[in-house]
Design a binder for this molecule. Sequence first.
Ligand code: SF4
Length: 329
Amino acid sequence: MTQDEYITKAPTLTIYDGLVKAQSVLEQYKNILVSVSGGADSDCMIDIVEHLTPKDSSHKVTYVWFDTGVEMNATKRHLTFLEDKYGIAIQRERGKMQVAGAVRTVGYPFYSKQFAEYIYRLQKHGFQWEDEPFDVLCAKYPNCKAALRWWCNAWKDEPHKPLQTEIASAKFLKEFMIENPPTFNISSRCCNESKKKVGDAVRKKYGGDIQLIGIRKAEGGARSTGVKSCMTDGAHGKQYYPLFWWKAEDKAAFEATYNIVHSDAYTVYGCKRTGCAGCPFAGHFEDELAMLHQYEPKLANAVEHIFSPAYDYTRAYRKFKKEHKGNIL
Ligand code: SF4
């Protein structure tokens, strides 16, 4: 299939525009680094890169997958499938620290990235989980104002509905933490150690004029909400996101038109996402654990062990919340 034939098949205007842009980027840059995750978006991205990169000796494409140490076998099998399907090689890279070591060193994920970051800052300042007004706590712990605003729900002066940056947006979490201060380190920094640092090392190792990543704005979450357009040029060098403007329906249409096959994680296990198995930041980690016990029992046992303090604390909080909700009704 020629590039033009490939683009002409585009089932939606958003995809058509995206493919035209991708064609121009892939023509312009000669040394292209592609981050493969083994997930659904990454599958679509590889198909685009393989069809729209000029097949001449001046263009080099390097595919890289980061192994965080808690990846499903389904994902690893899928990498081999992709290599066979497109005749490509996907480099497997791991950082100095994988998830198991990272959580022990920098702290465990809990609730959400933002909350975990605030808890980390408070723990660093020896916070005693006191239920005091913001000003009192500020005088006592002067160097962690933002985290104290989170704890005291003090991002605005006047009475207001809890903001996402305030602990009150998580029902009964403050009450729970006062009664049950965390006895283990919490933080959002596991991603930095297990993913971001290896990303930096890989960019150094393989070079590359540009890095392609399969994020979509519509997916939400920290990964895409900080990004404003399909092309950025910042601390991590030039990055391009070929699927950035796709909505879920564009993706579904693309998959059907171009016969994209996803990993067993989606088609057999029923996952909605891939990546780090059982990460406690995923609110539905209990469902994920049940799925892992069914299909990947060794990994299930491993993550139960790796994340155990975070799981225990989350379960205790959920129980607490349920009991206290019952008291209100
Ligand atoms: S997604 Fe979760 S387990 Fe994976 S690196 Fe980030 S915090 Fe760690």
